[in-house]
Design a protein around this ligand. Structure first.
Ligand SMILES: Nc1ncnc2c1ncn2[C@@H]1O[C@H](COP(=O)(O)OP(=O)(O)OP(=O)(O)O)[C@@H](O)[C@H]1O
Ligand SMILES: Cc1cn([C@H]2C[C@H](O)[C@@H](COP(=O)(O)O)O2)c(=O)[nH]c1=O
Length: 217
């Protein structure tokens, strides 16, 4: 096995099951004897979580400018990469992250309409070539995912954050941008049909992970 760890990201729209499956992916890898760091974006360090708070807070009179939103996402990412992701990969740990830069192309690119080239410039500046080794894109129709999200909010007594309050055309654009990105990078991004019972989704995730474990040695 290489001395550098591996970087695995989970992506998808709201309510598709990322958090549920992130925990499961981390357990699956730990059972194979790997050191696993489980984290998320935006966030993953105290200061990056504070930026997450700014991004997700739905209250207040002042709308957040789309360019400011993009820069906040990358500011949080720079902090997260410096404090958590790069050190973990350098010591040989596997990092399993709930969302990363594909989310920026999907939400700020597809959803807000920021040109992908501008996002790619910030990606190059902040990541300096670092990319996930594998991205698991959980995909399902937006209405069904919204139904799941409603169920979770009802059960947990939560309220919708700033992104979750967007309109359905925003979520359709996010889904379209994710799928377009997967079509551009099929060797890295595996599209998993999330509109199935959890056991079926996780059987496919296990197969994808075990194939990677074998091919990465
Ligand atoms: N395959 C599945 N079948 C049925 N329900 C599921 C499935 N996967 C997840 N759920 C349920 O759907 C809800 C949303 O799942 P989860 O919170 O993991 O989604 P998420 O993608 O992390 O959401 P968010 O985008 O808000 O972070 C939860 O109540 C979860 O238990
Ligand atoms: C990384 C990243 C995230 N977002 C948005 C997408 C989600 O609505 C929230 C994060 O909350 P969740 O619990 O993971 O659903 O942030 C974004 O717009 N751009 C990004 O790069």
């Amino acid at each position: 096995m290489s001395s550098r760890g591996r970087f695995i990201t989970l992506e998808g729209g709201e309510g598709v099951g990322k958090s549920t499956n992130l925990a499961w992916v981390a357990d699956h890898l730990m059972h194979r004897g790997l050191e696993v760091v489980r984290t998320r974006e935006p966030g993953g360090t105290p200061r990056a979580e504070a930026i997450r708070g700014l991004l997700l807070d739905p209250t207040g009179e002042e709308p957040l400018d789309a360019d400011a939103e993009l820069l906040l996402v990358f500011a949080a990412r720079a902090q997260h990469l410096a404090r958590v992701v790069r050190p973990a990969l350098e010591r040989g740990a596997w990092v399993v992250c709930d969302r990363f830069t594909d989310a920026t192309f999907a939400y700020q690119g597809g959803g807000r309409g920021i040109p992908p080239g501008r996002i790619a410039e910030l990606e190059a500046f902040v990541q300096r070539g670092l990319q996930p080794d594998l991205t698991l894109l959980l995909d399902m129709p937006m209405e069904a995912a919204q139904h799941r999200l409603e169920g979770r909010l009802d059960r947990d007594g939560g309220t919708r954050d700033r992104f979750e309050r967007e309109r359905s055309d925003f979520f359709e654009a996010v889904r379209g941008a994710y799928l377009a990105r997967a079509a551009e990078a099929p060797q890295r991004i595996a599209v998993v049909d999330a509109d199935r019972p959890l056991a079926a989704v996780q059987a496919e995730l296990a197969s994808l992970l075990d194939d990677c474990l074998e091919s990465w040695g």
